[in-house]
Design a protein around this ligand. Structure first.
Ligand SMILES: [Zn+2]
Ligand SMILES: [Zn+2]
Length: 155
């Protein structure tokens, strides 16, 4: 089989193998990087679900829906989101309510404190609007942040 041998030799000499081999090396390197990145992401993830470590220091407002209680207080975001993860119920339309520190009922929902008038209200009070829209003075921090140059109030 002289022909086959000659063909092979000529292939190697012509250097046609070079490109695919280079590509393989590059693809290999990319895959390697991806695997490494995924590994790092996995390792650095906190053990309690996908809650960032910084949430242990960040506070969020919550409010009790019980009309006889209406407690308003702050919990750490970690506490809030961890509760959400643990009590997630697909049958519920919204977030699962937390147990109220004051009245003990499962009627505490995430709230926002208005920067303008200081009112603490449940997030998403006004449907179809920004979920931090204040029902009292209509201020929304999210809206203000979205508008460029909104800092200069035109009265
Ligand atoms: Zn309460
Ligand atoms: Zn307000």
């Amino acid at each position: 089989m002289v022909t086959a041998k000659r063909l092979l030799t000529s292939f190697f000499r012509s250097g046609w193998m070079e490109e695919p081999v280079k590509k393989k090396v590059i693809v290999g390197a990319i895959v390697g990087c991806l695997v490494l990145a995924a590994g790092i992401t996995y390792v650095t993830r906190s053990p309690a679900g996908g809650i960032p470590k910084s949430f242990a220091k960040e506070l969020t407002w919550v409010k009790c829906r019980n009309p006889e209680c209406e407690a308003e207080y702050q919990v750490t975001k970690k506490e809030y989101f961890q509760y959400q993860e643990e009590h997630y119920d697909p049958r519920l339309a919204g977030a699962p309510p937390m147990v109220c520190q004051q009245c003990g009922a499962e009627s505490v929902y995430r709230a926002v404190k208005c920067e303008k008038c200081g009112l603490v209200f449940e997030m998403g009070t006004i449907p179809g609007d920004y979920n931090d829209r204040c029902p009292k003075c209509r201020y929304s921090k999210l809206e203000t942040e979205k508008k460029p140059g909104a800092a200069s109030s035109g009265g």
